[in-house]
Ligand binder design. Structure first.
Ligand code: KIV
Length: 271
């Protein structure tokens, strides 16, 4: 951002300060220019270009098929709209697991070709080296633990994570490893609220919860869920702010009726 621009971008240091001052962090997904513009102007702190684009934009059952090129396309569209919000993009499945060099290449491509301010990666201790390499290159990384949709085939379901003592202990260790590796924040998805509070109290970096209770430093939702575009999806953690599926369908049905009846366009709607 230009130093002459009056809109101040949310940065990792602002996010860190928000945790220190007990100010909650708002985060929401977006995948295109028009929605991102609305969210940016509404005052969203972080816009996440999630690989949930695979589900809500492309209609896949899982997030696995989306490619780095497709994520870059979505991320660049969001970046063109966001003047104040920090924009973070998911590194998709297969672009960072198993090789720190490959992970750095993927993160560098995302930064260069989309203009986002950071990347998000799913996993704990097993991707610690990859995170270190990316952070050392000057790229902010947000971690993601708990329900990690890129590993759905390992777990077999989208249920609660870290619900027993062994898994809770592993999640706790993973949080500390991600913080030490340099993550500036960690998404906690679908874990018990009590566990989220314990790790949030212990960590210096903020936690952003989705289905992880009220004690996280911030909250994130998928925009289609919050706006009621994803009609059948009603998990316990979701608060519906609109019923956009019905609203849009109502408007579109009226348009169809008006075209069919010949009442659109009318006298004023022509040249
Ligand atoms: O891809 C995504 O939208 C996410 C959020 C659910 C946190 O990772």
């Amino acid at each position: 951002m230009s130093v002459h621009n009056e809109v101040k971008r949310i940065t990792t240091s602002v996010i860190r300060k928000m945790k220190a001052e007990g100010k909650k962090i708002s985060m929401l997904t977006a995948y295109d220019y028009s929605m991102a513009k609305i969210f940016d102007e509404a005052g969203m702190d972080i816009i996440l270009v999630g690989d949930s684009a695979a589900n809500v934009m492309a209609g896949y059952d899982t997030t696995l098929p989306i490619t780095l090129e497709q994520m870059i396309y979505h991320a660049a569209s969001v970046v063109r709209a966001a003047k104040r919000s920090m924009v973070i993009a998911d590194l998709p499945f297969g672009t960072y697991q198993g090789s720190a060099e490959k992970a750095l290449d993927s993160a560098v491509r995302m930064m260069k070709e989309s203009g986002v301010q950071g990347v998000k990666m799913e996993g704990g201790i097993e991707i610690e080296q990859a995170i270190r390499g990316i952070v050392n290159a000057g790229i902010p990384v947000m971690g993601h633990l708990g329900l990690t949709p890129q590993s759905i085939n390992q777990f077999g379901n989208f249920g609660l994570r870290a619900g027993n003592e062994t898994e809770a202990h592993k999640l706790h260790e993973d949080c500390l490893a991600l913080q030490t590796a340099g993550c500036f924040g960690i998404v906690l998805e679908k874990i018990p609220a009590k566990l989220a509070k314990t790790v949030t109290d212990q960590l210096l970096v903020p936690t952003i919860g989705i289905g992880a209770g009220p004690h996280c430093d911030g909250q994130v939702l998928v925009m289609h869920d919050l706006l009621g575009i994803n009609k059948g999806f009603k998990p316990k953690f979701l608060r519906l702010y609109l019923n956009l599926f019905d609203e849009i369908q109502g408007a579109v049905s009226s348009y169809i009726n008006d075209v069919k009846s010949g009442s659109f366009p009318n006298e004023e709607e022509q040249y």
